[in-house]
Write a protein that binds this ligand. Structure first.
Ligand SMILES: Cc1ncc(COP(=O)(O)O)c(C=O)c1O
Length: 496
């Protein structure tokens, strides 16, 4: 058996004063780890808090805080008049525990296997690795969180906390806070032509949960799902995790090619679409295509998942109403989000279920997380009721329209000949088609090295793409940053 040291080695204790972890906690972690790994044998005398404080150049309080915690948890024992010792009573199974958990090859490897579904989930990625620490042009999919109505939000939150309703701190309804569901139903009816009663609205933690729930409720393993290609990784990932058979269906100027979908997979059970503003290409599904899709789904007994993620932002012409409003056969599961209108950190979205599926979706939601947090739902309901929501959308629509113009003009002046911006009258991003046969992954990498974030279209595509392009978000950047971003992107592309 290896010899167990009997001297506490302070050199192994590295404290980092700049860390967010308090010093006493770092010291606690180091001593505990040394005891559990056997580096500090049971019965070993620990230096006094005064000595340790001096040797480690920390305050005595810091050491005392760590000792107190270790004594309370039974790792150390204080003996009056004699000092502090590593406890003799640490159970054997705890000793060497950290060594065991860190082992590279666990003994019972076969029993540690993930399930088939677990393996699929572990291998699924739903986001593109942008630099999350620094928001850099042209990171796509993000609203301008600097324009989040913080003061109003704080006032509404303060009011709710000062005069808390009884239901603020209790369990709530699985489908969500009733007044918010009423506000959402009224808004969707008026602004999106969605036909729904508040009972059909289920508040979820963003589109991602709506998509995941849909897969859970409507799909068995190996069921066929059409996804848009290129398309949103979030929904494709959830369908993949549900072990569905994913069939990529191309997009043309009218949206998803229904005819091609029928040829490729006439047995589809679910069709995932973004009709208002196809992600990422930005086309709006034509009325003709909408009717074709609805008719086919009705005949085939397929479901349609309509992701209406940023429909609030249309800068020219009138928005087309949601597909759900045209559906006479209750085939559409409609979902929307506050991630683009307010903030993605809120994690609030909604799902509108066909009446006969409401109970199943509500049960599914309850199983996932009982219900979404109530406090934020209350504030949001108050935000709607006081008219702030409608005002906020108007304000943001004007701001984004200005930024879109600024982006288009910066692209014209800086990126001419390198990138061709595809026109789109909606959303928070635009597609830049690459010229000179540039590979989009290489281009995105070069852009990142030069301070610009963007998503290569190929990362969102299943089939090989004919043309390479970049998804470029403009909404979170002011004119100055847009101009700078375009210059940097131009330099990166020129050097590719
Ligand atoms: C197509 C699409 N749907 C939905 C979302 C929003 O997802 P969530 O509501 O989960 O934040 C996004 C965000 O990037 C998106 O691009």
């Amino acid at each position: 058996m290896a010899k167990v040291p009997t001297q506490i080695s302070l050199t192994a204790i590295a404290l980092d004063a700049s860390s967010a972890v308090p010093l006493y906690r770092q010291l606690y972690d180091s001593i505990r780890a040394a005891i559990l790994s056997g580096q500090l044998a049971s019965g070993l005398k620990i230096p006094s808090s005064r000595e340790m404080a001096r040797d480690l150049s920390v305050s005595r309080n810091t050491v005392a805080g760590a000792f107190d915690q270790l004594i309370a948890e039974g790792y150390l024992e204080a003996q009056t008049g004699a000092g502090t010792f590593v406890s003799k009573k640490i159970p054997d199974e705890l000793l060497y525990a950290s060594n065991k958990t860190n082992s590279q090859s666990p003994k019972n490897a076969a029993k540690r296997e993930l399930s088939k579904r677990g393996k699929t989930i572990a291998a699924t990625s739903v986001s593109f690795p942008l630099d999350k620490q620094r928001l850099r042009p042209f990171a796509p999919c993000l609203p301008s969180v600097e324009d989040f109505p913080l003061q109003i939000w704080a006032k509404l939150a303060g009011h709710r906390l000062r005069y808390p309703a009884r239901n603020l701190l209790n369990y709530g309804e699985a489908a969500g806070y009733r007044p918010l569901r009423e506000e959402i139903a009224a808004y969707l009816g008026a602004a999106r032509g969605v036909r729904c009663a508040p009972e059909q609205v289920i508040v979820v933690t963003g589109t991602q949960q709506a998509v995941d729930l849909t897969a859970r409720i409507l799909l068995d393993a190996d069921d066929t799902v059409w996804v848009e290609d290129p398309g949103y990784l979030g929904s494709r990932g959830a369908m993949n995790a549900a072990q569905a058979r994913i069939v990529p269906v191309p997009i043309d100027a009218e949206g998803i090619e229904v005819e091609t979908g029928v040829k490729l997979a006439p047995d589809a059970r679910l069709i995932c679409v973004t009709p208002s503003h196809q992600y990422p290409l930005g086309v709006t599904m034509s009325l003709k295509r909408r009717l074709e899709l609805l008719r086919w789904a009705s005949r085939a007994g397929a479901w349609i998942l309509e992701d209406d993620y940023d429909s609030e932002y249309r800068y020219e012409g009138r928005p087309l109403a949601a597909l759900q409003g045209l559906d006479n056969d209750n085939r559409v599961i409609y979902t929307g989000t506050f991630s683009k209108v307010l903030s993605p950190a809120l994690r609030i979205g909604y799902l509108v279920a066909p009446p006969d599926l409401v109970d199943a979706f509500t049960a599914g939601k309850a199983l996932l997380d009982r219900h979404s947090p109530i406090f934020e739902q209350m504030i949001l309901a108050d935000f709607f009721a006081a008219g702030h929501f409608a005002r906020h959308i108007r304000r943001m629509r004007n701001l984004y329209a200005e930024r879109r113009d600024a982006f288009i003009s910066a692209a014209k002046s800086e990126l001419n000949g390198l990138l061709e911006i595809a026109p789109s009258a909606a959303g928070l991003h635009l597609i830049g088609w690459l010229n000179n046969n540039l590979n989009d992954t290489t281009a995105a990498r070069a852009a990142a090295e030069n301070g610009v974030d963007c998503e290569p279209l190929s990362a969102l595509s299943i089939r090989k793409t004919n043309r390479q392009g970049l998804v470029l978000g403009y909404a979170s950047f002011d004119e100055k940053h847009i101009k700078e971003g375009a210059e940097r992107l131009a330099t990166a592309l020129q050097n590719c």
